[in-house]
Design a protein around this ligand. Structure first.
Ligand SMILES: [Zn+2]
Length: 68
């Protein structure tokens, strides 16, 4: 009795992906989804809003305190 194939969801498009040698791009359903995901990560790396956001929050917080 063969084991049922394990399937995972493609992180990019949520399509079911068979976790086997039939899916060389697993956990992605296709090479395109793999590239899209890698591109998304690269884009996030280039636009790290962390420090900018904190600066905005602090600079917004300061003036009202001085006004009051
Ligand atoms: Zn996909």
């Amino acid at each position: 009795m063969p084991k049922p194939p394990l399937t995972v969801e493609c992180p990019t498009c949520s399509a079911p992906v068979e976790w086997s040698e039939n899916s060389p791009n697993r956990p992605f359903c296709s090479d395109r989804c793999k590239l899209i995901d890698l591109g998304a990560w690269a884009a996030e790396d280039h636009a790290i809003p962390g420090n900018e956001l904190e600066d905005d929050l602090f600079s917004e917080d300061m003036p009202p305190r001085r006004d009051h």
